[in-house]
Design a protein around this ligand. Structure first.
Ligand code: PFF
Length: 460
């Protein structure tokens, strides 16, 4: 099959670089911006527990499946699925998962870049010392004033989009590696500093209790779907991003080890971000359910009151922006890979097309926080931003992940899968087949059904 590996077969020269790139994809706004705010909105502990279960029972098997499909198919997700189904005489309709991933990628990138734009603005804001000595009120007002100004938000969104397209066009892998290798440990250290601040300011114990004491009475059925969707989002699963990266892994890479490494890294970073942010929330009497602005309304308070805070705070947002960039690059990979296979367009041309489409869509999300904040989808009461966010996280990613599990569990011949995973013992083979073939897809399906019934009842 190696003849299908095109000119980029050497993309990851060893498994270490692949792990860094995949971790770069996984760790991003999902960990530092999204996880804390949705945990806050959904009551904390019980939600966190469900999220952790989803990572273990659903996320990890789907990630292993995606890496494996990429490795076996050696092409863009669409082409990889076509290659594999043809080779094993199965229906090529399964490649629909690849097409869904392409659409999902456009939708996610369009709003992801808007939030990354907020982060970019905060790099400048913190470095400038604007928040030095600021209290919670001032920080909250400063965020509100920024969001209320569509031109400002549009500007920073556009800046991030241009940077992303520049790197996507260049097809950087070395840059990606370098960026992740140094910025990830640095994010880790800065989160520890923030946690240290939380301990000093007195909100840490409450933050621990909030995140790790499950109160199931506060857990709604919708929260379960949100936790499930977030497990996909945070691990970059369900749309072929990891599959696209997996297409370039060297043959000797162990799918199991890389999957666990990435999942653990990603989860630890999310939990640390949550601990840090809620420590600030409780120390200053803020509300955990503040929504998408939570990161921007908490972290500047801490840095504003730390010695050297302008420098460290600016650095923190710079690192978050880099984490967002390495994720954004991966979101575009399935599209880039597919269009390069099918057309004569250069990588740069495809990147620009992706950029333009996402920019146009992104304007809707920019306006959702100001001019169009009252324009809502009937029935659900979602703004344009909410609609894209929920459609991708709650529907498209879990659906894609479920189909991926079904492909690996039921469509591909078992022997091929076992060999790729290096599963020799019968017990291990059986457990794998049981999990990926039944537990994972049924769990996703069950959550869908429960949620659908709830929605129907709620609107009857
Ligand atoms: N995993 C990224 C994050 O947590 O920020 C977001 C993401 C990247 C989602 C790639 C989907 C994807 F394909």
């Amino acid at each position: 099959m190696s003849e299908q590996v095109t000119e980029r077969s050497d993309m990851w020269s060893n498994s270490y670089i692949f792990v860094l790139a995949a971790a770069g994809s996984a760790v991003g706004l999902g960990n530092i911006w999204k996880f804390p705010y949705i945990a806050g909105e959904n009551g904390g502990g019980a939600f966190v527990l469900v999220y952790l279960i989803c990572i273990a029972v659903i996320g990890i098997p789907v990630m292993a499946s995606e890496i494996m499909l990429g490795k076996l198919g050696r092409a863009s997700p669409i082409q990889a699925l076509l290659n594999l189904t043809r080779k094993h005489n199965r229906s090529t309709n399964w490649s629909i998962v690849g097409y869904m991933g392409v659409v999902t990628g456009f939708l996610i990138l369009s709003f992801y870049a808007v939030i990354a734009g907020w982060v970019c603005y905060y790099i400048v804001r913190l470095f400038s010392g604007e928040f030095t000595g600021a209290d919670a009120n001032a920080v909250g007002e400063a965020f509100g004033a920024f969001l209320a100004d569509p031109m400002q938000v549009l500007l920073w969104f556009s800046i991030f989009m241009v940077i992303t397209i520049f790197f996507v066009a260049r097809g950087v892998t070395r840059g990606l590696e370098l960026c992740v290798r140094y910025s990830m440990p640095a994010v880790f250290v800065l989160l520890l500093i923030l946690i240290g601040y939380g301990i000093h300011a007195g909100g840490f114990i409450e933050s621990m209790a909030f995140l790790f004491t499950p109160d199931f009475s506060s857990l709604s059925p919708q929260a379960i779907l949100i936790a499930l969707g977030h497990a996909f989002f945070t691990l970059s699963l369900g749309m072929g991003a990891i599959m696209a990266y997996g297409a370039y892994v060297p043959q000797d890479v162990s799918v199991g080890t890389t999957t666990f490494t990435i999942a653990i890294l990603d989860t630890v970073l999310a939990l640390l971000a949550g601990l840090a942010i809620f420590a600030i929330v409780f120390a200053y009497g803020l509300v955990p359910g503040a929504g998408p602005g939570l990161l921007f309304e908490t972290v500047p308070i801490a840095f504003g009151n730390l010695p050297g805070g302008a420098l460290f705070g600016g650095l923190f947002f710079l690192l978050v922006a880099l984490a967002a960039l390495t994720s954004a690059i991966s979101i575009s990979e399935p599209v880039i890979a597919y269009v390069s296979e099918r057309s004569r367009l250069t990588r740069a041309q495809i990147a620009v097309i992706i950029g333009v489409v996402c920019w146009v869509l992104g304007v809707g999300s920019v306006l959702s926080f100001n001019v169009w904040s009252d324009v809502k989808l009937a029935f659900f009461e979602w703004t344009f931003f909410d609609s894209l966010d929920k459609l991708t996280q709650l529907v498209l990613l879990p659906l894609g992940g479920m189909l991926i599990a079904l492909i690996v569990g039921h469509v591909l011949p078992k022997a091929v899968v076992y060999e790729e995973l290096g599963l020799i013992r019968e017990k291990a083979q059986q457990s794998w087949s049981y999990i990926v073939g039944y537990v994972t897809p049924i769990a996703v399906f069950a959550v869908f059904i429960i949620e659908a019934i709830r929605e129907i009842q709620a609107h009857l």
